[in-house]
Design a protein around this ligand. Structure first.
Ligand code: ADP
Ligand code: ADP
Length: 240
């Protein structure tokens, strides 16, 4: 299991915006961390830097013993495989079935190049995909087109797709921001159950403090690109 060490990480965008200013924290294996903050505080930027979607402009990010931020795209591949991602807007392929979308979890990066590969998945891979769908309580929707699902169901498909790659680390960027409160609560509860039962590390960007209090072990709050607090959930103030 892998520790994540973020050391004095800065990110200045080409237009000069300083989105992260010397951010440091260490995330232990199996920890569930909520990144909290208002719009523009740098949460998504930190998420993108951790996921390797954006280069950092200062500091280091270690996954285990390896400094990942200076690796090339292809050198970073094994680390991307360790990390499962889910996003606010689900990133499903709307015209394909739920099962086909989940199958893309094993195809990884090639899925964007060869979406047509999904029909040729092995029997074993299909069974695994169905098993992942069962875990998110959507097995009976395997053949449904994903654009016919509700928002909450779509996010559960995205969770199933993420499980296909057997991640050690789950990166979630505002996973409930597009959902109504009830569906959002259900999705967070499911995500929390899954990371707990598999002892996965969770890094979840949220802006709702009430949700953070219910589902995280630890809340890291960002403001103007800096960490303003880093606390165990059970010690958060009421008026935080
Ligand atoms: P949050 O996720 O907390 O809303 P972001 O990380 O998206 O915050 O943004 C932090 C700051 O960086 C904001 O001022 C935002 O406008 C800016 N920013 C985000 N992405 C870019 C980008 N691609 N180019 C320039 N500035 C950006
Ligand atoms: P989403 O709704 O998918 O979370 P975001 O709000 O994170 O979308 O931003 C969408 C895109 O716009 C991202 O690629 C982000 O980097 C970029 N972006 C966000 N803020 C800025 C900004 N101030 N200037 C330029 N690009 C930005």
């Amino acid at each position: 299991m892998t520790q994540i060490t973020i050391d004095t990480v800065s990110k200045t965008y080409p237009n000069g915006t300083k989105a992260l200013k010397e951010v440091s924290c260490t995330i232990s294996p199996g920890e569930a961390v909520i990144l909290l903050g208002h719009n523009g505080s740098g949460k998504s930027t930190l998420f993108k830097c951790l996921g390797g979607f954006e280069p950092i402009t200062g500091g280091t990010i270690h996954i285990g013993d390896t400094e990942i931020s200076h690796l090339s795209f292809s050198q970073r591949r094994p680390f991307r495989k360790k990390m499962g991602t889910i996003f606010q807007h689900f990133h499903l392929i709307p015209t394909l079935s739920v099962l086909q979308n989940v199958l893309f979890g094993t195809l990884g990066e090639t899925s964007f190049v060869f979406p047509a590969l999904a029909p040729f998945a092995s029997q074993e891979t299909r069974e695994k995909a169905l098993h992942c769908l069962e875990r998110v309580n959507l097995a009976e929707y395997a053949g449904t087109r994903s654009d016919e699902l509700s928002g909450g169901q779509k996010q559960r498909v995205a969770i199933a797709r993420m499980l296909m790659q057997d991640p050690e680390i789950v990166l979630a960027d505002e996973p409930i921001a597009s959902l109504d409160p009830r569906a959002g609560h259900e999705v967070m509860e499911l995500l929390w159950e899954i990371v707990s039962e598999r002892n996965l590390t969770l890094i979840c960007v949220l802006h709702q403090i009430e949700i953070a209090k219910q589902f995280g072990d630890r809340v890291i709050a960002l403001k103007h690109g800096s960490i303003i607090s880093d606390t165990r959930v059970n010690t958060l103030d009421e008026d935080f």
